[in-house]
Design a binder for this molecule. Structure first.
Ligand SMILES: [Zn+2]
Ligand SMILES: [Zn+2]
Length: 729
């Protein structure tokens, strides 16, 4: 009797063996229902074997094998195995967590048939029919019939758009000979609608280079300034992939950007089946998109990080847009980097991967410098006559701030209003003020569950923790000294909004942050208002900085960005630079010349100097030499062993015990356990220890062995995780 080896969604890195009568090697990658303890759970068949190390008498039989979906392909299972080994995360959890929710349930799933490419048209007999033969009560049928009269042919999708129930009339009308079905041309090639921009010389060179090498594994770093038309390079690179009937995976950092990008892709490739995969979909939408990708029907798959694990039988190209974005790295559970997994997949399938960015991550930039990646530069803006914005620094030691705003910035916004242009004030902190302070004794409101201050939200008279969501009402007096004069200190988006409203009472002001975009469709409505020129002044956090195109935007003001300049996080400067470049890049993308004003106490700081001169390379060189001197990535590889518990001591003890077990080779260095930068979060104390090596291979070998030993350290009080290539400390 064959034995199936099954991966299950539990935190133990082992496969489980079961007996079955009818499994064949074709079943590898299928979902299976198996008894586990007292329950039945769903798993994935990883292998089929004749032998087992379990006493065959004790082997339990499989309950059932789910055959309604195709099995996960071998290449995807290989990707999961790599991911599991590299991030030291149990294989079963890696696989099951990547699947749509419906597939993680232990039951058969209903798969809706994807729309066929049939289309329908009226027969000559059908054209003679008077619409009134359809009873008036069948309103949908009448609408459908009118639609047939108005157009030559209707596809199933178009019919569904008339009404989801419209297709119920098709069988009857076919039977009566009113309509005939025909196969729509299976044209998935680049059918183009709308006008196609003429490529700049740099874009053309990039497209030529990429498309010449599509059939092999290549990593391209597409390094293009904001507004240089990277998307157009993507579109042109996809054309030949579609022409071969192959699939393109496009990974984007932010779910908010999907509708915009989907629109661009759909209007360029009107006849091509495109699916989006992101966390905003409901379970059945996600399952439907996933199965269309798996069947090969979907030719373009647009998605956020999890989409990197979608089965793609005809993969031809991978694009990672904004490759530097930290959202590609998952920060809990399986802490994988979707960008790095995308590169692994491209190598696996011998296809090209394009990493696009205006400000590449230093890791990627370094890989390009030493030739591991090829570089393509786009150094001019794609729209004719659109120059880069001019960037000026406002020295806040000279120009005093009122509610976070200096006079030169206020004046510039005023001029913008007169000229009927939009301006944007960027402040990456929501709420009214970051601190509530007692002026008498210096007490400030802090979260009981986190090592963080509570943010003042004046509108709802609440103090709120942005880390755990805890809220409480304003204290009447200082709990420490009884003083009643408590004052908000510092600025958030709401305070800047109030200040601008009192400065410009007639202006139409819109605040965009996580509080104002919480309502469903809020973001969509706001974007429409901005594009419809119904807004004069925008105030926003980093939500606004990514990818969006605001053609009327002439001025960007950056308020209080200095905090990150002297952070203890070695990546803070890189992140700040990226963020400010992105925000600055929103200005002057169309015909309007853009200006960026940055308020700072440190106008001579190299970061601001580089920003002012649009000098990414200059700053990257400085940061790289700092990293080299300090022994930070990309010159070393890191892993972080994190622990958390209700008290700090057991966590530190656990980490010390782990160190005692470790027998690192010479190239691997272990540091002392330290409390995390945010040492208390959601009521748990957190500490960590850093492991570092100049050899990724040696680091991995060490971690594999060490992980087994740490697992044996039974300590139920401490929860621990290993984070490979950590981005947050
Ligand atoms: Zn006080
Ligand atoms: Zn908190």
């Amino acid at each position: 009797m064959p034995i199936v080896r099954v991966a299950i969604n539990i935190p133990v890195d082992t496969l489980f063996d079961y007996q079955t009568v009818d499994a064949t090697p074709d079943d590898i990658g299928l979902r299976v229902s198996v008894p586990f303890g007292k329950k039945k759970v769903v798993g994935i068949i990883i292998a089929i074997s004749d032998t087992t190390q379990i006493d065959t008498g004790k082997l339990k039989p499989v309950c059932s094998i789910y055959r309604e979906t195709k099995p996960l392909p071998a290449s995807l299972l290989e990707l999961f195995r790599f991911c599991s080994e590299y991030y030291h995360h149990p294989l079963g959890m890696v696989i099951l967590n990547s699947l749509p929710a419906a597939m993680r349930c232990n039951k058969a799933i209903q798969i809706k048939k994807p729309a066929s490419n049939l289309s329908f048209e009226l027969t000559p007999a059908g054209k003679q029919i008077d619409r009134s033969v359809i009873p008036a009560r069948n309103r949908v049928a009448r609408r459908l019939f009118s639609a047939f009269l108005e157009s030559a042919a209707l596809t199933e999708t178009q019919i569904k758009q008339i009404s989801p129930r419209a297709n119920q009339w098709l069988p009857e009308w076919l039977h009566r000979g009113w309509i005939a079905a025909k196969q729509a041309p299976a044209d998935t090639s680049a059918t183009v609608t709308g006008s196609i921009p003429i490529l700049t010389a740099e874009q053309a060179a990039a497209v030529n280079a990429i498309t010449a090498g599509l059939q092999q594994f290549n990593i391209w770093l597409l390094h293009g300034i904001t507004g240089s038309g990277k998307t157009e390079v993507y579109l042109r690179s996809i054309e030949p992939v579609l022409a071969q009937g192959k699939q393109t995976l496009v990974l984007i950092p932010e779910i908010n950007l999907t509708p915009q990008l989907e629109k661009i892709f759909r209007s360029r490739f009107a006849a091509t089946p495109i699916v989006s995969l992101h966390s905003g979909l409901n379970d059945s939408e996600r399952l439907s998109g996933w199965t269309q990708a798996q069947s090969g029907a979907a030719k373009i798959i647009l998605g956020t990080r999890l989409a990197v694990f979608t089965p793609l039988p005809d993969l031809g190209l991978i694009i990672v847009d904004e490759e530097q974005d930290s959202s590609f790295k998952q920060q809990d559970g399986l802490r994988y980097s979707a960008r790095d997994m995308a590169i692994f997949r491209a190598r696996q399938h011998a296809v090209t991967v394009i990493l696009g960015s205006a400000t590449p991550s230093l890791e990627s930039y370094y890989n390009a410098l030493n030739g591991r990646y090829h570089t393509l530069r786009l150094q001019s803006r794609a729209v004719r006559n659109a120059g880069l914005p001019s960037i000026h620094l406002i020295d806040t030691r000279i120009h005093k701030m009122q509610d976070g705003l200096t006079e030169p910035l206020i004046n510039a916004i005023g001029r913008c209003l007169i000229e009927k242009n939009q301006s944007l004030v960027f402040i990456n902190r929501r709420g009214y003020a970051p601190v509530l302070l007692c002026k008498s004794c210096g007490w400030s409101a802090a979260c009981q569950r986190c090592s963080s201050r509570l943010v003042v939200h004046l509108r709802d008279k609440q103090l709120s923790c942005h880390h755990c969501g805890h809220q409480e009402s304003f204290p009447r007096a200082c709990p420490h000294c009884g003083n009643q004069d408590l004052a908000p200190f510092g600025q958030g988006t709401q305070r800047v909004e109030d200040a601008l409203t009192s400065n410009f009472p007639a202006a139409r002001i819109l605040r965009i942050d996580r509080d104002s975009t919480r309502r469903k469709n809020a973001w969509h409505d706001m974007l429409q208002a901005i594009h419809g020129h119904q807004i004069d002044i925008l105030i926003g956090t980093q939500l606004l900085s990514k990818g969006h195109d605001f053609p009327n935007l002439a001025l960007v003001g950056i308020v209080s960005a200095d905090n990150s300049l002297y952070s203890t996080d070695f990546r803070a400067s890189e992140r700040l630079f990226t963020q400010l470049m992105q925000v600055a890049g929103r200005a002057g993308r169309a015909q309007i010349a853009g200006t960026v004003l940055i308020q700072t106490e440190f106008p001579n700081h190299p970061l601001y100097q580089a920003l002012q001169h649009h000098d990414y390379d200059g700053l990257a060189q400085i940061l790289l030499s700092e990293r080299k001197a300090a022994g930070f990535p990309p010159y070393v590889f890191q892993a972080l062993l994190r622990g958390e518990a209700h008290d700090l001591n057991p966590v530190l003890n656990f980490l010390h015990q782990a160190i005692k077990l470790a027998k690192p080779p010479e190239a691997v260095e272990l540091f002392d356990p330290v409390p995390a930068q945010m040492h208390r979060l959601k009521g748990l104390e957190r500490a960590q220890l850093l492991i570092q090596s100049t050899s990724r291979k040696q680091l991995q070998a060490f971690l594999t062995e060490w992980c087994v030993q740490i697992h044996a350290l039974t300590n139920h009080k401490v929860r621990w995780t290993l984070d490979v290539d950590p981005l947050e400390f």
